[in-house]
Write a protein that binds this ligand. Structure first.
Ligand SMILES: [Zn+2]
Length: 152
């Protein structure tokens, strides 16, 4: 675990590290490791800015045909950090804000949240797999047709 005290020390903080385990049950499993490169800047007393990039490969399952696939995830990080105590006070309604205790800031908790947001909702082995699924739905209607034929 990487705990940072973001209330003290000198900025910017440059971090470059790998994660081997991601704590999100709803996404694929990490193939090797996820590489992270971030710079944390102090904008004002209670506002920090995190810029960077993350990249990794996941093993996941096509949600249509259940084939195992590799999914490359690569994304820019561009998020503001604020202390958790400001969560209820903040009316700015920014979605790119991550709230956490800035004195005991866990960078992996932030990254879990970030990966959960950028991970695709729909995982497919290829773009056409959904079309094949439609065919399957049509086939499922066939038994009803057969019963109708029998009745007639
Ligand atoms: Zn598929």
């Amino acid at each position: 675990m990487k705990i940072l005290n973001l209330n003290e020390g000198s900025f910017p903080i440059d971090l470059n590290f790998d994660i081997e385990h991601i704590n999100i049950p709803t996404i694929g499993r990490l193939e090797k490791k996820l590489s992270v490169e971030v710079r944390i800047l102090k904008v004002s007393k209670n506002l920090l800015k995190c810029d960077g990039h993350l990249q990794g490969t996941f093993i996941d399952t096509c949600q249509n045909c259940l084939k195992e696939i590799r999914l490359d995830l690569s994304s820019k990080i561009d998020v503001a950090f604020k202390d958790i105590s400001e969560l209820l006070l903040d009316s700015s309604d920014q979605d790119q804000t991550h709230y956490q205790d800035l004195e005991y800031f866990n960078i992996e908790t932030f990254l879990d949240e970030e990966i959960g947001l950028i991970y695709p909702d729909i995982v497919k082995c290829n773009d056409h797999c959904i079309d094949e699924d439609i065919d399957l739905v049509e086939e499922k209607h066939l038994p009803f047709k057969k019963i109708r034929d029998l009745i007639e």
